[in-house]
Design a protein around this ligand. Structure first.
Ligand code: PMM
Length: 277
């Protein structure tokens, strides 16, 4: 029987106001959101304090730490399996100390190479995502150019990042790969990567995919006037991808809507296997 993909629920610790009141509110909101996602069936909570949407500017390290550490501490203490979504060595170190067991680095060690040593010195798993540039630059033409084809080049670049992780001393069984949908990729390149996922899987480590609410789905479902389908109305298309990715046997799905994802996985498993569910 095919194992169902793990569901990684996204907990964004939203930028708070300048007052301490705002900060506490953001912490409480994120903890509450995490608990809700666990109740809906999340296997992992991915806690992040830096937005990586195109054009986003980076928070200060101190602000990123202040956003994520209290949330990780609280949710890990209540037994949740926690991942930290960060590109920074210092944040990864504090997050692991606070209870995170996965470091989800969207830059695959490129933004802050010291993160590889931090992970190597910890028991944490490490998500190596395909990435080329920070959010302010990643949709520029230079960064979405893949002359040998997006699948071939993403595979080759991920292979280099895996080698860097090995060199730093991170054992193979702690590595997870992610094609990085939307990061320095056009909508069409995201679809090509999904079609070519076998090439990424062939590198060896388990594969995580994050398609939830992304712009390429908004573009797929755009109205006749070209307006992108709003973020909150992309879930049916996402659920179809969830089913297809489950059939591929991916390791994990990084999603906003945990309940809809678990529903799609339940239907997929029941369709495939009469004994399941
Ligand atoms: N996407 C975003 C942030 N972190 N991490 C991984 N491993 N894979 C992703 O695809 C990914 C990520 C950006 O999406 P969001 O702004 O909707 O969280």
């Amino acid at each position: 029987m095919l194992r169902r993909p793990l569901v990684m629920g996204i907990v964004n610790v939203t930028p708070d106001s300048f007052s301490d009141g705002g900060r506490f509110l953001a912490t409480d909101d994120a903890i509450g959101h995490g608990r809700q996602l666990l109740a809906e069936g999340a296997d992992i909570l991915d806690i992040g304090g830096e937005s990586t949407r195109p054009g986003a500017t980076r928070p200060l390290v101190a602000d990123e730490l202040a956003r994520v550490v209290p949330v990780i501490t609280e949710l890990a203490a209540s037994g949740a399996r926690v991942s930290v979504d960060t590109m920074r060595a210092e944040v990864a170190r504090e997050a692991v100390a606070a209870g995170a067991s996965i470091v989800n680095d969207v830059s695959g060690g490129l933004a802050d190479p010291g993160i590889l040593d931090v992970v190597a010195d910890s028991p944490a798993s490490y998500v190596v995502m395909h990435w080329r540039a920070h959010s302010t630059a990643m949709q520029q033409v230079d960064f979405t150019s893949y002359p040998r084809g997006v699948v071939t080049e993403v595979r080759a670049e991920l292979e280099q990042r895996l080698a860097a992780a090995h060199t730093a001393g991170i054992a193979e069984e702690r590595l997870i790969l992610d094609p990085g949908l939307g990061f320095s990729k056009t909508a069409e390149q995201n679809w090509e990567l999904l079609r070519g996922l076998a090439e990424i899987e062939a590198l060896g480590p388990p594969v995580l995919v994050g398609a939830s609410r992304k712009t390429f789905l908004g573009r797929l479902l755009a109205g006749s006037d070209g307006a992108l389908r709003p973020i909150g109305e992309r879930e049916a298309a996402h659920a179809a991808l969830v089913a297809l990715l489950a059939e591929r046997g991916v390791w994990g799905l990084r999603v906003h809507d945990v309940r809809a994802t678990r529903d799609a996985l339940a239907a997929t498993a029941r369709f495939r296997d009469p004994a399941d569910g």
